[in-house]
Write a protein that binds this ligand. Structure first.
Ligand SMILES: O=C(O)CCC(=O)C(=O)O
Ligand SMILES: [Fe+2]
Length: 316
């Protein structure tokens, strides 16, 4: 499994969770999102009584029926994190003790779902920026973290499985650097046109109830629309990093969501010493290479990188 994870940047492991445990978790998750079972939400929807559905972040929900950020307050969901096999697999793939970054309920509700790109080639991205602002390094094994989705039900081809690009986790730094040079980056984490990246064809992450999907935070992937719009897709998701990178990869960081618009300009203009107070590795750290310093210049326009560059030259 480790070989497969290292090669592909993801692996889907069936049977990590039990069937009854998944049914109970799904029921709890539906209660959280719809305030009722999905079947009865669907009936309401068919009658034109469309309740609002949160998209995974409680702060964006106009009608708050439940909470999607961990812990949500329901043991059927929160205690999924206590599965030793699941945690062992994380640590096997991370190659270190694990540190918690973030966990939440990730629901896609077919009839109202809009979480897919306009074009099949346009939505490819890495999720790395959710818990870390540092651009991808060539050393994916050390600097990426792992995202995981627990499948609360079977995910089949018509149920909008995620599309994963095998092997893209070790190519992200290179693909992004070239993307910036050729106008193929839509943002610091989104590739404009995946066809130009020279990667393998994407694979749909279909799997049975009780599976755990593990994928590198450097893995390029995309969403696709539901072929069967009556379906929902319910994941319990967890992200964890290596314990030796958890100073700059973590949930309780000031770089997420609403804070980002204030923090990114501040971090761009401040000193390396102050950046290190917020968890950035110091100049001279092995994260900084010609490539990552180049990517930092793109991700933080106007940032003064001299200190990082000088330490690089001193070391070489
Ligand atoms: O739900 C999916 O299929 C992919 C969504 C995704 O990549 C994301 O929200 O970052
Ligand atoms: Fe994503």
């Amino acid at each position: 499994m480790l070989e497969q994870f290292r090669r592909d940047g993801y692996i889907l492991v069936p049977g990590v969770f039990g069937a009854e445990e998944m049914d109970a978790a799904l029921e709890a998750m539906e209660r959280n999102f719809y305030g009722k079972p999905y079947a009865s939400w669907l009936e309401d929807f068919a009658r034109g009584e469309q309740g609002s559905v949160g998209d995974g972040f409680t702060t964006k929900q106009d009608e708050l029926v439940g909470r999607s950020q961990f812990p949500v307050g329901d043991p059927a969901l929160d205690r999924l994190i206590e599965n030793d096999r699941y945690l062992d697999l994380f640590e096997l793939f991370l190659g270190d003790r694990a540190s918690y970054c973030n966990a939440h309920l990730f629901m896609r509700t077919g009839p109202v779902d809009e979480r897919y790109p306009d074009e099949s080639w346009s939505g490819y991205h890495v999720d790395h920026n959710t818990n870390c602002v540092l651009p991808p390094s060539m050393d994916a094994a050390r600097f990426s973290y792992i995202n995981s989705g627990v499948y609360l039900h079977d995910v089949e081809d018509d149920g909008a499985p995620m599309l994963l690009v095998p092997g893209s986790h070790t190519r992200a730094a290179e693909v992004f650097a070239r993307g910036w040079e050729t106008g193929n980056m839509a943002s610091a984490s989104h590739v404009r046109d995946i066809r130009k990246a020279g990667l393998q064809d994407p694979v749909p992450a279909v799997g049975p109830r009780g599976s755990a999907l593990f994928y590198s935070s450097y893995l390029l992937h995309s969403a696709q629309p539901f072929e069967n719009r009556k379906k929902q897709r319910a994941f319990w998701s967890l992200s964890m990093c290596r314990r030796d990178t958890d100073r700059w990869t973590r949930f309780s960081n000031p770089f997420i969501y609403g804070e980002r618009e204030y923090m990114i300009p501040f971090i761009t203009g401040t000193t390396p010493r102050v950046r290190s107070l917020f968890g950035w590795p110091e100049p001279g750290h092995s994260y900084y290479t010609e490539r990552t310093v180049g990517l930092l210049a793109r991700a933080f326009p106007g940032i003064d990188l001299d200190a990082y560059r000088q330490a690089l030259y001193r070391a070489s």
